[in-house]
Design a protein around this ligand. Structure first.
Ligand code: NAG
Length: 398
């Protein structure tokens, strides 16, 4: 994983030295026992009845030509882990800032609002958003996704504010694309930030209506494309929305706008802090009639096949860590790039444990992000994007 500093490495091996048969020298603890070990291992046990693994007709261990204790083992995977240079050479997965999509919360106010359940994240004013984009951009994080907190008075069941060309998302898009034309800005296609019902679709008598919701999503996607969105990311989980959005974009000339589909989005309890951030908790019930059941893995393959056939450019799994098996299944099933959303609840859990001093934040975050890549994610949406890019800049690639 990371290149351990000499101090950390030696501190670890000194624990082993304390249990070794040869007494550590006075400096042994600091240097990892510089004294040679007699590998014949003879004469170290006082009690004659002590078991000797190298003795007897059916000895468990052998002795080599130099009378040293020998496990006749040809394949020794530890050779490839010998030191940092060797480990770097054989490392299978590396996280780079270009893998990240940085989610940003925005609101209409001219101040930033801390999000209590997501320490270190805030709802940005548009000015602050631009500054945050610039800082991340200069660290190599060049892709962003915007999530708006919409004032209650603009929320309706049909979510019409979602396609207001002067709404907060189109304005934010124009600002970012003007200042950072080479950035990639993704936009969330879904009604929940704009819904007075707190749902991702139009509601009738307690039901989420599929097809009329898609009618609204098509307008939202085209509105975002007109404002400069590079990637629209439908997160609603309505059936048939990728095809409809693709056709809507294409019919308006936006054949170059990509679709990053939330393919396997689960009805998860890990979204709580995000809903605090946007004040978008469901007004009634839950989202289980459209988001996937956390108990189901194969079902994600149905969604993946549909999204690919309907024209998705990239497939997303959400949440991330508890769903690494789904990332792997989609990776094996589809040649499309796979994205993983390291969601707010996962972020909050790491933050809380680190605040208590129970985990080392840098180590646990970089391990987590690397595990996403190992599981098969090409792209990682994470609130740690900027912070991780800073760590990578300081420490080199992990
Ligand atoms: C790592 O091991 C290789 C092979 O034994 C050796 O050539 C190299 O000098 C070692 N590098 C470090 C940094 O210890």
């Amino acid at each position: 994983m990371k290149f351990f500093s000499a101090a950390v490495l030696f501190a670890t091996s000194s624990n082993v030295a304390a249990f070794s048969a040869v007494a550590p020298s006075s400096t042994g603890a600091a240097t990892g026992n510089p004294d040679p070990v007699d590998k014949s291992m003879r004469g170290i046990d006082k009690e004659p009845s002590t078991f000797d693994p190298t003795a007897g007709e059916n000895a468990a261990l052998k002795r080599n030509n130099n009378d040293q204790v020998w496990v006749p083992q040809r394949a020794r995977p530890r050779r490839n882990r010998k030191n940092a240079t060797m480990r770097g050479m054989v490392r299978e997965n590396i996280v780079t800032p270009s893998n990240f999509i940085y989610p940003l919360f925005i609101h209409e106010e001219n101040y930033n609002q801390a999000i209590e359940s997501m320490p270190g994240c805030e709802r940005h004013s548009l000015e602050s958003m631009l500054k945050e984009v610039g800082e991340a951009y200069n660290l190599g994080v060049k892709t962003f996704v915007l999530f708006p907190k919409v004032p209650d008075e603009l929320k309706t069941n049909l979510g019409v504010e979602a396609y207001n060309p002067e709404g907060i998302v189109p304005r934010a898009l124009r600002l970012i694309k003007a200042a950072y034309p080479d950035s990639i800005v993704c936009t969330d296609v879904a009604l929940d930030p704009y819904s007075d019902q707190g749902h991702d679709g139009v509601v009738e008598n307690g039901k989420i209506l599929n097809d009329v919701t898609i009618n609204q999503l098509c307008k939202q996607a085209v509105c975002q494309a007109r404002a400069g969105s590079d990637v629209v990311a439908p997160s609603d989980m309505m059936d048939g929305r990728v095809k409809a959005i693709r056709d809507a974009l294409d019919s308006e000339g936006f054949t170059d706008v990509s679709i990053l589909s939330y393919t396997a989005k689960y009805a998860s309890a890990y979204y709580g802090p995000f809903r605090d951030a946007l004040d978008s908790h469901p007004g009634f019930g839950d989202k289980k009639t459209y988001q996937q059941d956390p108990a189901n893995g194969r079902e994600a393959l149905i969604e993946a096949a549909l999204d690919a056939a309907e024209g998705a450019d990239m497939l997303m799994v959400k949440p991330g860590m508890p769903y690494l098996d789904i990332i792997r299944r989609l990776k094996d099933a589809s040649p499309l790039p796979i994205a993983a959303y390291h969601v707010s609840g996962e972020y909050a859990m790491i933050k809380a444990a680190c605040e208590k001093g129970w985990l080392n934040e840098k180590d646990v975050v970089m391990e987590t992000l690397t595990c996403f890549k190992r599981a098969g994610a090409d792209i990682i949406l994470t609130y740690y994007a900027k912070q991780a890019a800073q760590w990578i800049e300081q420490d080199g690639l992990y």
